[in-house]
Design a protein around this ligand. Sequence first.
Ligand SMILES: [Zn+2]
Ligand SMILES: [Zn+2]
Length: 285
Amino acid sequence: MRIDLHCHSTASDGTDTPAELVRNAAAAGLDVVALTDHDTTRGYGEAIAALPEGLTLVTGAELSCRVDGISMHMLAYLFDPAEPALLAERELVRDDRVPRAKGMIAKLNALGVPVTWEQVERIAAGGSVGRPHVATALVELGVVPTVSDAFTEEWLADGGRAYVEKHETDPFEAIRLVKNAGGVCVFAHPAAAKRGRTVPEARIAELAEAGLDGVEVDHMDHDADARDRLRGLAKELDLLVTGSSDYHGSRKTVALGAYTTDPEVYGEITRRATGAFPVPGTGGA
Ligand SMILES: [Zn+2]
Ligand SMILES: [Zn+2]
């Protein structure tokens, strides 16, 4: 059984539509795929309508959080998408995305980069606009060779020259909101040092105490040392260990199913969740 629990669609900053994503997931030989767009659930309907037989969809989202001034991502699975408190928090974070992107564009303009809001809006193509869209504009303009090269101190990494903070949820509050909506929380790529400062282990222990369910260990942004360290920490804190591609379509090079989650861990996630059930494919449209 092949399980990939972290994928993005055009509902946020991926390049596959939700329908394309589930078809590609089936073609890649996956049995289970999670749709985890940034701070939104709006891809669910299209993904479910197109879901091929033999593929199960786990509904989720990747929530933008910040603790001690450090940005971090929290994967939330199988929560009730209509639960009002979590819904309001997702909207608060999303509403801040446009002014934030405009702030980054202004900083880039001041640095002599001729990026425009129209260009970034075109790249986002109706999706919830984010830093990868601004990064893609930098690639289009020939400022950097790849999107990853834009995520450096020189440009868009946390604290970088063109970085702008956004409203992000306190992760303790995120855990409370997700649990209250019947969901399960997994800390996404906790050791992705290339993206900026990472959350200290002592803080992860506190998050575990507050109800964090797991940590994403097998991820493209973690080297072998980071994975070993996280696996040890997960064991110590009794946290679930997941692996996933963090697929963004053609925006990143990683393939669907490049990293996967153990079926036992997946089973435990579905047992803990009470807000929604995994959706089995029925053939799709
Ligand atoms: Zn992330
Ligand atoms: Zn992601």
